[in-house]
Design a protein around this ligand. Sequence first.
Ligand SMILES: C[S@@+](CC[C@H](N)C(=O)[O-])C[C@H]1O[C@@H](n2cnc3c(N)ncnc32)[C@H](O)[C@@H]1O
Length: 314
Amino acid sequence: MEFKHVSIMLDEVIENLDIKSDGVYVDGTLGGAGHAWHVCKRLGENGRFIGIDQDAAAIAAGTQRLAEFGDRVTIVRSNYCHMKDVLHDLGIEKVDGILLDLGVSSYQFDNAGRGFSYREDAPLDMRMDQRQELTARDIVNNYSESDLYRIIRDFGEDKFAKNIARHICMARQKKTIETTFELTEIIKAAIPMKVRATGGHPAKKTFQALRIELNHELEVLQNSLNDMIDLLNEDGRICIITFHSLEDRIVKTIFRKNENPCECPPSFPVCMCGKKSKGKVITRKPIIPDAVEMEENPRSKSAKLRVFMRRTQE
Ligand SMILES: C[S@@+](CC[C@H](N)C(=O)[O-])C[C@H]1O[C@@H](n2cnc3c(N)ncnc32)[C@H](O)[C@@H]1O
């Protein structure tokens, strides 16, 4: 299967990374190297690019796409939460720009066998890193009803979470739930007919919740951002594209905290906690795709880009 993926907000990302031709840039979610190719194109002889992805298919596609840039490019199969160690092993301690374009690629989503899509019948897999043992099948069949409820409520923000969790547990008593279509049918039965007719696809939120839980998507993001900001050189930038409010909230909060980490009560005339700002949030409001992009690529509709610039306080 060909690796097809349209890069989201390509111009906006490139502009906001403010690429220096001799700089060092990292893409922690390389995918098919759509954004990455345009970064590499702007690098000169002394520039360097490191692409990280946990998915073997993305690594293969990205390696091929960036081959023309020779040894300016290094590609590593890893989780971006290990970025600091990956760079350290390559002898790199600081970088000029970092990009994260979160979530799954269209390739992963459209590849029925990966089990990410409720529109294709496939084994319940949903692993971004296929070296991992746990799959969505394990979560659906082994998590307690209260844990299923919690993840569908918190990571899917589905108001029928309780009912969906109950229906999953009832169904699996009769038979192990093996496929995306089996799960979709169970979810449909848990949602009132009226909502089914008018809302989006009834399984969308539960599938999102399972994917986030299985791949630890929010934890990884939450635990990596401060390290990434610390990796930036002076004036270096980090650009992050998120696809749902849970991710966006994490990015917004951590960027703000790095801009203004002071914990002193407002009544203190001067700062006593000594926590210094690490830089500036460039995007007071997130950048979103323009109308043309949303029209041409419906998957871009929920995308938000936030940018932070490193600036050490004297
Ligand atoms: C939306 S795609 C990136 C597409 C890419 N920007 C492009 O233009 O081709 C997201 C990619 O990030 C990878 N990914 C998601 N979370 C990751 C993580 N925590 N560590 C490493 N890779 C991750 C996925 O495997 C997927 O290939």
